[in-house]
Design a protein around this ligand. Structure first.
Ligand code: NAD
Ligand code: MN
Length: 357
């Protein structure tokens, strides 16, 4: 019997709706496997916790999470708490405290989902975006002087280190190498930003020499949005900075049909700390409590979590159940259907039990 302990942090808005759906599905995976135990411990951290306690998570939060095998995270953000508090109070401290420097975002068009691009066939869009997740534009480095005065100045200084860029580049080349096409696109803005971005280009070339079997090219981030939209089949694995990949992966999610299906993993490749798995989408307060949040991103996220734990068979079984359900047209409104969160969830659970793989 293999046993894993998962820390669930559903947090805000539709986070609890999609994470509880994901936990039901994990339960089914556990039962279907028979030789697998998945123990989930819930943490009530987030905006409600903040309103009661003045902090998004307890001071020893990271210490509480450290013993877990992985973290399953919902979303943060509430209409009455500033976004920089919710983000910097919970999600970012976990990513940074556990040095989850690689953010991995697979995107593909699931069967049964009609993508917004007219000529895009399902196989055309099958990408993994690797986002630098520990430094860059989100280092929190900057300041404001002369607050409120006409001469006020605000700075937001991106920090790129040789260690930080080299390790994310190496990780991206490894992912590219593990995929059939063995092709990596390195994204920067090194024409206009001539310091850290040029360093990215140089380090990319250095690391590329370690991977002679991986083909690679470079793109400027603005041109990249065009290539993603007009030539999706020309891309496979993509690596970009924290900010650039944040933006490109939202675009990728939309091109694949909806943010509601897009998963992500915040990985510590050295496995010193638990990695964190979450849907890309936010707390979506416009649909909170309506029972129509798409749980697919949360299920795909759970599949990535299982894969990270080494449970390849369970991970594949979960994803194939999801694909059978989308193919059968059991879809929430964001992807053109009329199903509820609960209906999609029970269909996926049925598909897990009825699978013969
Ligand atoms: P959002 O991702 O919450 O929602 C954007 C749009 O997509 C909304 O119309 C929403 O209804 C829809 N959507 C998102 N997920 C969906 C799902 N699973 N099913 C169906 N529809 C879905 O982004 P936003 O509206 O810009 O932000 C809302 C809050 O979430 C803000 O406070 C923001 O800071 C926060 N946020 C958090 C994260 C995170 O926790 N990782 C990410 C993005 C935004
Ligand atoms: Mn984002």
């Amino acid at each position: 019997m293999r046993a894993y302990s998962i820390a669930a942090i559903p947090a805000d808005g539709i986070g609890p709706e999609v994470i509880s759906a994901g936990c039901e599905v994990l339960k089914a995976i556990e039962k279907r496997a028979g030789d697998l135990t998945i123990n989930v411990t819930h943490f009530d951290w987030g905006s409600d916790y903040y309103k009661k306690n003045g902090v998004m998570m307890p001071e020893d939060g990271l210490k509480q999470l450290q013993p877990f095998d992985a973290i399953y995270f919902g979303a943060v953000g509430a209409p009455d708490v500033p976004d920089h508090i919710t983000l910097w109070g919970l999600r970012l401290p976990i990513c940074q405290g556990f040095d989850q420097y690689a953010n991995v975002r697979p995107t593909k068009i699931l069967p049964g989902i009609t993508p917004p691009l007219r000529n895009c066939k399902p196989g055309d869009l099958d990408w993994v975006i690797v986002r630098e997740n520990s430094e860059g534009e989100y280092s929190g480095n900057g300041g404001r002087a002369h607050r409120g005065l006409p001469e006020e100045v605000g700075t937001e200084v991106a920090i790129f280190t040789r260690v930080g860029v080299t390790r994310i580049m190496r990780y991206a080349f490894q992912i590219a190498q593990s995929r059939p096409r063995k092709f990596l696109t390195v994204v920067t803005k090194s024409n206009a930003q001539r310091h850290g971005m040029v360093m990215w280009d140089e380090i990319a070339a250095e690391v590329a020499a370690e991977f002679p079997d991986v083909e690679w090219d470079k793109m400027l981030v603005d041109a990249m949005t065009v290539r993603m939209t007009l030539k999706p089949e020309s891309l496979d694995t993509i690596v970009a900075t924290n900010l650039h990949a944040d933006i490109l992966s939202d675009l990728a999610g939309a091109l694949a049909g909806s943010l509601g299906v897009a998963p992500t993993a915040n990985i510590d490749p050295q496995r010193r700390f638990p990695s964190m798995f979450e849907p890309i989408h936010g707390s979506a307060f416009d649909i909170t409590g309506k029972g129509i949040a798409n749980p697919i991103a949360s299920f795909w996220t759970a599949s990535m979590l299982l894969d990270h734990l080494g449970e390849k068979e369970a991970a594949a079984r979960l994803m194939s159940a999801v694909e059978r359900v989308t193919k059968a047209g059991v879809l929430t409104p964001d992807i053109g259907g009329t199903a509820t969160t609960a209906e999609v969830t029970s269909s996926v659970i049925d598909a897990i039990y009825s699978s013969n793989t």
